[in-house]
Design a protein around this ligand. Structure first.
Ligand code: F3S
Length: 63
């Protein structure tokens, strides 16, 4: 699975990293700076949980 983050949608809610700290990285202001990352199989559930938490629908998951 690959996770991509639309930087233009992200407004810094920081819920993604709260739910999936091993997948999503935030900058000092709380914006998701992950951009695009390959998610290991053991973190896929965490990645989904974090993506679903984003009110801006800024995170897309690709199988
Ligand atoms: Fe940004 Fe959504 Fe996370 S707004 S910081 S991608 S919860």
């Amino acid at each position: 699975m690959r996770a991509t983050v639309d930087q233009e949608r992200c407004v810094g809610h920081a819920l993604c990293a709260a739910r999936a700290p091993e997948v999503y990285e935030l900058d000092d202001l709380g914006y998701n700076v992950t951009k695009s990352t390959e998610v290991p199989a053991n973190l896929e559930e965490q990645a989904r949980f974090g993506a679903q938490a984003c009110p801006e629908i800024a995170i897309q998951l690709h199988d």
